[in-house]
Design a protein around this ligand. Structure first.
Ligand code: TRP
Length: 356
């Protein structure tokens, strides 16, 4: 059977492909830093897309432990611990290891080699202009003491993507600058060689590229305003009850604001009944619908979404041998691919010209 597929990439590019036909229109590559549990923001921003994409295209997910070290060098044991957690999260939400390759970045030496080579194609001022990195430097309070590896992690990310000849990258909005920098490097290499040895890539943003945290700020582990995929019922309840709504909506009878209201942002992202959500929004705007009722609905929606994920996480945590096996096989498969790309890029830099 051949299924025609159609996914929207950013800037309205349409990526078309056929699955099961032997030739693939897209190669999906994405990754996460193993720095803590995944939360609903990751689910809405990228995991949901990955679940759809694995049905259509070859897909690799990298557990980016080297990238995590760029600002966690002193906490490497924690990073190592989080690798298994991340793999458990993937499998629990439905990433299927027979369709998606899950690999550990640091076990792929070709990626480190690509990074070193690409660093020659990037200026320090370009690195300093990356808006996501800039914001992160501020958030972490690095001031002038920026680890060099941190400033350069977009280059390592370019290695991740090109190391698999990735063309489609399902990520959150904050990763768009990384895609842009990757394509600059790709164009520079292709120009250097005189023909196309690496493909350019496109981001695939979700309909909810940036789910807010429960307080309305950016969802982040460090701000404790995110709902983890393994959250218990009572954690979900507490989080929903604390959600930022509309401070001017004092009484149920008052008209309320839906824009900027976190409860509605989550309903939009996760409630499968979009008509019911539209109806709730109208009633809320008109006045006559209290926060308590809307929050109760969201709580039900989130419990229904998270309960099966939590159950599966517990099962997987009890079968770590299986999780390790998935990582071992995925990483071995990924090594073959990245090694072969490194051969081409080494040649582009004339590295094997004298002895090999
Ligand atoms: N920088 C990404 C994040 O923080 C993680 C990541 C590492 C990644 N390598 C990648 C994302 C390659 C996409 C492609 O979420």
């Amino acid at each position: 059977m051949t299924t025609k597929t159609n996914v929207q990439a950013d800037e309205g590019n349409t990526v078309e492909g056929r699955s099961s036909s032997g030739s693939h229109a897209a190669v999906v590559l994405t990754g996460d830093r193993p720095t803590g549990a995944l939360h609903l923001g990751h689910f809405a921003g990228s995991l949901q897309n990955r679940l759809v994409l694995q049905e259509q295209y070859p897909q690799t997910i990298l557990i980016a432990d080297l990238q995590a070290l760029t600002d966690n060098a002193g906490r490497s044991a924690r990073v190592a611990e989080h690798i298994l957690d991340l793999a458990i999260d993937y499998l629990a939400v439905g990433i299927d290891p027979t369709r998606t390759t899950i690999a550990i970045q640091s076990q792929l030496p070709a990626l480190a080699e690509l990074t070193v080579l690409y660093l020659n194609l990037v200026t320090v001022s370009r690195l300093e202009r990356n808006p996501t990195v800039k914001a992160e430097i501020e958030l972490r309070g690095f001031a002038r003491d920026i680890p060099a590896g941190f400033l350069c992690y977009p280059v390592s990310q370019a290695a991740d993507i090109t190391g698999f000849r990735g063309t489609l990258v399902p990520v959150g909005e904050d990763q768009l600058p990384m895609i842009e920098q990757t394509n600059e490097i790709v164009r520079r290499i292709n120009r250097m060689v005189g023909h196309v040895i690496l493909p350019e890539c496109a981001a695939l943003l979700s309909n909810t590229p940036r789910l807010p945290g429960t307080d309305g700020r950016k969802a982040s582990k460090s701000l404790s305003n995110a709902i983890d995929l393994g959250a218990t019922d009572s954690e979900i309840r507490t989080a929903v009850q604390s959600m930022y709504t509309d401070p001017a909506h004092q009484r149920a009878s008052d008209p309320g604001k839906v824009d900027g209201n976190v409860v509605f942002a989550y309903l939009d992202a996760f409630d499968p009944d979009t008509n019911a959500v539209a109806d709730l929004k109208n009633r809320y705007r008109d006045g006559g619908l209290g926060d308590v009722l809307v929050k109760r609905r969201l709580e039900d929606v989130l419990q229904a979404l998270i309960a099966p994920i939590r159950r599966r996480r517990l099962e997987l945590a009890g079968d770590l041998a299986f999780v390790r096996q998935v990582l071992k096989e995925g990483t071995a498969a990924a090594r073959a691919v990245t090694d072969s790309v490194a051969v081409d890029v080494r040649a582009a830099f004339s590295l094997d010209a004298v002895v090999r």
